[in-house]
Every structure is written in C-alpha cells, then in structure tokens.
Design a binder for this molecule. Structure first.
Ligand SMILES: [Zn+2]
Length: 422
C-alpha cells in the first residue's frame, strides 16, 4: 500500500498547487473575457459585428469550461491510479508471467496508455460532435472518427514501443551511462520522425497534393522563386473533411520540408491573403525555426534524462507508492508523475520562444511583400473564421500562447508598416 511519508506529502502538495494554478489561469482568462469581451479591439473596429463577437466569447467560454472538466477528470484518474494500489496490482500480474524485463515494461506502459486512450473517448466525442458541431466547425463523421482513433492508436503504439523498448534496453545494459545513450537515441529518433512525419505519418490521416487553383499556383511559384525555396514544397491538405477550422503550417526536414495550406483556408481567403500566409510560413522555413526548436528541446531533454537517472534508483520512490522492489519501468512512470506537475511551470519558456519565431516570420513576410495589409487581412479573417479569443488575459496568453494574441500581433504589424513608411 501507499506509504504516508514526506515524499508523498511533497508530491500531493506539488500536484495540488499545479491543479489550483491551472484552474486559476482558466478562471482569470474567462473572467477577463466576461469583463472586456463586448469591446471590439481597436484593430478590429468596424470589421466585427456584435453577433460574431458574442459568438467568439461563447466559443472560448464553452471550450474553456469543457477543458477544465476534462482536466479535473484526468487529475482524479491520475490520483486513483497512483494511490489506490492499482499499480502494484498491475505489476504483480505482469510479474506472475515471468516475462523478460523489456517486455514486462512495454506491457506495463501499454496497459496504462490503452486505459488513458479509452477514458479519453467520451471527451473527444463530446468535443468533436457537440461543441465543435454547435459552432459549425465539425464536419467529422462517425466512420472517420473511428478510423482516426484506430490509426492513432496503432501509430502511437508503434512509436511508443520503439522508444520505450530502446530506453528499457539501454537502462538494462548501461546501468550508469544509459541517460546519455537514451538521449542520443531519442534525439536521432526525433530527427528521423521530423523528417518522416510529412511523408509517412501525416498521409495516413490526410491527402496532400499540389495546390489545385491554377492562377494561385502561378503566384505561389513566383513567390517561392523570389525567396529561393522550391515551389514543389507547397501543398494543400483536405483538412475540411474533419473541421472547418482554417490553418497553415510548416513542417519537415531536409528534402521533406514543406508548407501545408488547409483547403479550408484556400477556400475562404483571397489570393493575396493566401500569399501572405505563405510568405509568413516561408519565413519559418528560411529562419530554420524547426531546427532551432529542436536544439532547444534536445538541451532540455538531456537535463531531464539525467534527472531521471538520478531518481531512478531511489528506494523511497518505490516504497512510497507501494512497491517493495525497484522496477525501472515503474520508476519511469512515478518520476513522470512527480516531475510532470513541476515541468508544467516551465511551459512559458517554450511559448516565449515560439512567439519570438512568430514575430520573426511576420517580419519576414513584411520584408518580402513590402506591405502588411494582406497579412493583417488574413489574420482578421483567421480570427473570425476560427472564433479566436480576442481578449485573452495577458498572463494566460504569456503562459500558454504559441502565437502572440491576434490584436497584439495586428497592432504590431501596423506599427512596423508605419515605421517603414516614415
Ligand atoms: Zn507562424
């Protein structure tokens, strides 16, 4: 059984602080929206009517409330799994079969991952078929939802199997230096996945093809030629089969680098707006943002693996959660449960870096096109089409947002245009 000791109390305190902090962040964000949501931000004046504005507020409030309920449920499940004696029971069943160490570890994590996927089903269904339908976004069919679910289950089982299998093998064979070798293996694997994702995994879920619109195609070719990137690297994707949300992104590595435009974006935006989005994504490409992000992640993960190594042999960790032997795969889970709530507070570091990249890509777009107007129009349309929250609480946005809040981003673009003109 679980032992009431100082480690358990520290764990529970950190866990509780994390839960309360997350809840408070959502609370101040929704409250901020209630207080200011009816004001049209300066940069949107004359372009957003009251009906759209209130729909935007409702959507943010609904998704926030739902997110809080889902988090609350997840937290309860985590506590039950850690404290109820479920884990020691699961381990004793696995040990009964006397399988080898790596296979035992894979089954241990496999059972937990499957349980978590199954428990997530009702939330996923409600979000897709109730909330997203209510706001006219979801175009998902039950059939597509089921095939998506099964495909993601298989893909994550394969990827997790490879990563965990290698990690457990290295822990077994390199007792004191595994953290370094695991880091090397994970880094190489991540590099491989970034390279393969656009050509191997993404096509399992969507169809990617060259942009169909003939006139636009010419413009794309000349824009890409201007910046010295290959036009073959621009794709459209059939995102509309799941949702009417609009987006574009840059992905891949080496020969698989590509800019992907949602078909929904191509349908709702004018040609010059689409080209400005493309110019922004080309900015991410030219400024090597994927590579820079990878370096950031690798430095952080080396530190994480070393910390895991230090904690993994600590007997108190196992005793506290009801185990009488040090099983490294159990240790990995317990350490994740311990460090996860702490690591959450480092999330803004990544978000700050992402927002810096977004501003750099916006700058690139301005320099390339010589004007910010199409970009601003594109951002305004994105805001309206996706019912973006125009009034995030500044601290909430600072903590979570991977893009600067839209009103701030547009105001910044206007300022840059003014500076250029003067
Ligand atoms: Zn961007």
């Amino acid at each position: 059984m679980v032992q009431w000791n100082i480690l358990l109390i520290i764990f529970l305190v950190i866990f509780a602080v994390n839960v309360v902090f997350r809840w408070l962040l959502t609370y101040i964000n929704v409250r901020h929206l209630r207080l200011y949501g009816h004001n049209v931000p300066e940069v949107f004046k004359g372009e957003i009517d009251e009906a759209t504005l209130s729909k935007m507020s409702d959507y943010t409030a609904d998704t926030s409330r739902f997110g809080s309920i889902e988090h609350f449920f997840d937290d309860i499940v985590t506590l039950v799994i850690l404290l109820s004696g479920f884990l020691p029971l699961l381990v004793s069943i696995i040990l009964f079969y006397k399988l080898n160490f790596i296979l035992s570890g894979l089954i241990f994590f496999g059972v937990l991952a499957l349980l978590s996927s199954v428990l997530d089903i009702p939330f996923n269904l409600y979000s897709t078929f109730v909330i997203e339908k209510r706001y006219g976004f979801s175009t998902m069919t039950v059939r597509l939802w089921i095939t998506d679910f099964l495909k993601s289950l298989i893909v994550s089982a394969v990827l997790m199997g490879i990563l965990l299998g290698a990690m457990l093998a290295l822990i077994q064979y390199a007792e004191h230096s595994w953290w370094f070798w695991v880091w090397i293996f994970f880094s190489l694997f991540q590099l491989l996945m970034i390279w393969l994702y656009p050509v191997l995994i993404a096509p399992l879920f969507n169809k990617f093809e060259p942009v169909r619109d003939g006139a636009l195609k010419e413009d794309i070719i000349s824009l890409m030629a201007k910046v010295g990137l290959k036009a073959k690297g621009v794709f459209q994707v059939d995102a509309g089969k799941r949702s009417k949300h609009t987006n574009a992104y840059f992905t891949g590595l080496g020969k698989t680098k590509r800019i992907v435009l949602f078909d929904t974006l191509l349908n709702s935006h004018s040609a010059d707006e689409i080209l400005s989005v493309l110019a922004h994504e080309a900015g991410h490409w030219k400024k090597k943002h994927i590579m820079k992000q990878l370096v950031f992640t690798e430095i952080a993960s080396l530190a994480v693996f070393y910390i895991i190594y230090l904690l993994l042999g600590w007997p108190l960790l196992y005793e506290t959660f009801g185990f009488n032997e040090n099983l490294p795969y159990v240790g990995l889970l317990l350490i994740a449960a311990l460090l996860g709530p702490i690591a959450f507070f480092l999330a803004p570091l990544g978000a700050i870096l992402m927002r810096k990249f977004e501003r750099e890509a916006d700058d690139y777009c301005l320099n390339l096109l010589g004007t910010v107007k199409p970009m601003i129009n594109a951002l305004k349309r994105l805001a309206k089409d996706n019912l973006a929250n125009l009034h995030p609480h500044p601290f909430y946005a600072w903590f979570y947002y991977s893009h600067p809040p839209l009103a701030e981003r547009i105001a910044r673009l206007w300022q840059m245009e003014d500076k250029k003109a003067s």
